[in-house]
Write a protein that binds this ligand. Structure first.
Ligand code: UDP
Length: 235
């Protein structure tokens, strides 16, 4: 049986230097990294955030837009990113399918886990968008949920940092990267890289979360092959 993984990219990761919108060169880089996995017979699901376009909490901050509406706007942002990701993967010659947790059938398939499983078995990359379909959640939680549903062996959270540190590496020069961290410790410390709801769900389902630097070329494949030097594992 092929290995199956779920990779989560934040929306911000797509934004490039502007901090907003979609940088197609970054998309192209990500598509290459995913292609490496697929070429090595790894089945890949992807969840992308929407923070490069809109975040519910921020959009609702002054009370003009209600939180639930702002969250739906955030979920739609992940669909925009998903469409872009699907294009970038197909541009590399991969087969990709976009699924949405909120029905919009002109654009994408609705999320149906059995259909997703079938796509994955056939070597298609499945992009799960619109989060969980519910307000008050994050795409980290959506990624944990989807990873569990598709029986992924791990959730790789692709970030801009090398992993989880004992203190903020931006503030403290002597911060040390932790190779492994237990779910309980991650929850106790409220590690910033992943929200508590997502960690609790991963703990309940014994899903390892690998926090890895996406800018380290080849890192995703290394991790799937058991080289954990450039990441931290929450398990
Ligand atoms: N969101 C939501 N329910 C979900 C997933 C996401 O309401 O299940 C909304 C929420 O407003 C969130 C936004 O979509 O702020 C974008 O997702 P997120 O902030 O997780 O994106 P990222 O930080 O990964 O770019």
């Amino acid at each position: 049986m092929n290995k199956r993984v779920l990779v989560k990219f934040s929306g911000e990761a797509l934004a490039g230097a502007d901090g907003y919108g979609i940088d197609t060169q970054i998309l192209d880089y990500i598509a290459n990294e995913i292609k490496e996995l697929v070429n090595n017979n790894i089945e890949v699901g992807i969840v992308i955030g929407g923070g490069n376009i809109i975040r519910g909490v921020t959009a609702a901050a002054d009370g003009v837009i209600k939180r639930t509406s702002a969250d739906y706007m955030g979920m739609l942002a992940t669909v925009i990113n998903g469409i872009a990701m699907q294009e970038a993967l197909e541009h590399k010659g991969l087969n990709a399918r976009l699924q949405t947790a909120i029905k919009m059938e002109q654009l994408a398939e609705p999320f149906i886990v059995r259909k997703a499983q079938r796509h994955l078995e056939k070597g298609r990359v499945v992009i799960f968008s619109a989060g969980t379909g519910n307000p008050y959640f994050t795409t980290d939680t959506a990624a944990t949920l989807r990873a569990t549903e598709i029986d992924a062996c791990m959730l790789i959270k692709a970030t801009k940092v090398d992993g989880v540190y004992d203190k903020d590496p931006m503030k403290y020069e002597n911060a040390v990267k932790l190779d492994t961290i237990t779910y309980d410790k991650a929850l106790e410390d409220h590690i910033r890289v992943m929200d508590d709801t997502a960690i609790a769900l991963a703990k309940d389902n014994q899903l390892p979360i690998v926090v890895a630097n996406m800018n380290e070329k080849g890192n995703l494949l290394k991790i799937v092959n058991g080289d954990y030097s450039k990441c931290s594992i929450v398990k």
